[in-house]
Design a protein around this ligand. Structure first.
Ligand SMILES: [Zn+2]
Ligand SMILES: [Zn+2]
Length: 261
C-alpha cells in the first residue's frame, strides 16, 4: 500500500500543510480518505486522474475534511464533450452516521446548485454507506473497518491490504476506541493538532498525549497530521515529546508526502 498526504493541515492552512485529505493506493485501486478544500486540484497536481477515483472514505463532516465532496460528485459526472451531467459508473462513499442526510442537503437544499443535482440522476450514481463499528468492506483487494471517535460524530478507519495495514484517526481527542482499532497497525496516521496541552483548543490531540497513544497501539510507525499553524515552529519539540513515550519512527506529514506502508 502507498499513502500520499494531499493535505496534512487544518482549517487554517500553511504553505506546507493544507486542508485534510489522504490518497491511498492498493495494488488494485486508489481512493481518497477525506476531501478538504482544493483536494481535486492537489489530486491532479500529484499526478492522479480523477477518473481513477471511484471510492472515498469520510471521517466526519467538518469543512476542512469535506469541502471538495460536492465538486467531486459534479466533476466526475460532467461530460466535457456534451456539457451535460452524464455520470459513468458509481461513486461509492463511506462515512459516519448522517452521510445520507449530509449528501442530500448538499445536492438538494442549495438552490443555485439544485438544477445540477436534478440532472445527475444520483440514485444510480452515488452509493452511500454509513459506517459505525467494525468491518464495513471486505473485497477488491482491501478490508475496511471503522470505530467511532469523540469528535463531531466522526469515525476512525483501519485499512488492510495484502498483509499490511494503516489506521487513520480522523480528528479526535485521545480515544480508547482508536487505540483498539489501531492495535499493531503498520502505520498509524494520527491527528496532532497542537504541540502541548496548554495550547490545545477543541476536541483534538496534542503531542503530549500522542506518544502514549502510539505506544499503546504498538504501531510500526506513526505519522502525525492535522497540524495547526502554531505547530510549525515547534516540530522538533513535538517529535521529542512523542518519543518520550513511543520508541518507533515518527513522521511529520506534509502535503504531497508519500509513505510506502
Ligand atoms: Zn479537522
Ligand atoms: Zn473536525
Amino acid at each position: 500500500m502507498r499513502v500520499q498526504f494531499l493535505g496534512a493541515g487544518t482549517i487554517v492552512p500553511t504553505l506546507k500543510r493544507s486542508y485534510s485529505s489522504i490518497l491511498v493506493e492498493t495494488s488494485h485501486e486508489k481512493f481518497l480518505v477525506d476531501i478538504g478544500p482544493a483536494t481535486l486540484y492537489k489530486l491532479y497536481r500529484s499526478g492522479t486522474n480523477i477518473e481513477e477515483i471511484d471510492q472515498m472514505l469520510l471521517s466526519h463532516f467538518h469543512v476542512d475534511h469535506v469541502a471538495d465532496y460536492l465538486p467531486l460528485i459534479h466533476t466526475k459526472a460532467f461530460n466535457p464533450e456534451t456539457g451535460e451531467m452524464q455520470p459513468k459508473g458509481t461513486l461509492t462513499i463511506y462515512g459516519p452516521r448522517g452521510l445520507s442526510q449530509f449528501t442530500r442537503d448538499l445536492l438538494e437544499n442549495v438552490s443555485p446548485w439544485k438544477s445540477v443535482a436534478d440532472s445527475l440522476g444520483c440514485s444510480g450514481y452515488l452509493s452511500l454507506h454509513e459506517v459505525t463499528e467494525g468491518v464495513f468492506k471486505n473485497g477488491s483487494g482491501w478490508v475496511g473497518a471503522a470505530t467511532p471517535v469523540q469528535h463531531a460524530g466522526g469515525v476512525a478507519y483501519r485499512i488492510e491490504s495484502e498483509g499490511r495495514s494503516l489506521t487513520y484517526s480522523g480528528d479526535t481527542v485521545p480515544d480508547e476506541n482508536l487505540i483498539r482499532l489501531a492495535k499493531q497497525t503498520d502505520l498509524l496516521i494520527h491527528e496532532c493538532s497542537f504541540p502541548n496541552e496548554d495550547l490545545l483548543v477543541g476536541l483534538h490531540t496534542s503531542a503530549s498525549k500522542l506518544g502514549e497513544i502510539a505506544a499503546k497501539t504498538d504501531c510500526g510507525r506513526l505519522a502525525i497530521t492535522h497540524l495547526y499553524p502554531v505547530c510549525e515552529e515547534k516540530i522538533d519539540e513535538m517529535i521529542e515529546t512523542i518519543q518520550r513515550d513511543y520508541d518507533g519512527e515518527v513522521v511529520v506529514a506534509e502535503d504531497y508526502m508519500v509513505i510506502d506502508v
